[in-house]
Design a protein. Structure first.
Length: 93
């Protein structure tokens, strides 16, 4: 009996997570000036990158592993930039 989802399909979907993490991190850095949006995107990027590094399909291959790490770093940079921009805005409220 064949299952509806192949293991190759799962592996291919698991390799998309590092790219999603990088994209969310880049968007978070670009949208840091929108109140809260950059921060939320940055947290999502860091979580996606962390989940991607824990997957065996990513951990066994060097290129996706580095992409996942880059996504975590981009998420951390987005959190930092958003926090630097957000705190002065909150002081004005």
């Amino acid at each position: 009996m064949r299952s509806s989802v192949d293991s190759n399909e799962i592996a291919k979907n698991g390799l998309r997570l590092p790219a999603v993490s990088i994209s969310l991190g880049a968007l978070s850095i670009a949208s840091f000036w929108v109140i809260g949006l950059g921060f939320v995107l940055a947290v999502a990027a860091a979580v996606c990158g962390a989940v991607a590094t824990s997957r065996s399909a990513v951990a066994d291959d060097e290129a996706p592993s580095l992409r996942a790490l880059l996504g975590v770093v981009a998420g951390a940079a987005g959190i930092t930039v958003s926090a630097i921009a957000l705190f002065p805005m909150l002081a004005q409220l």
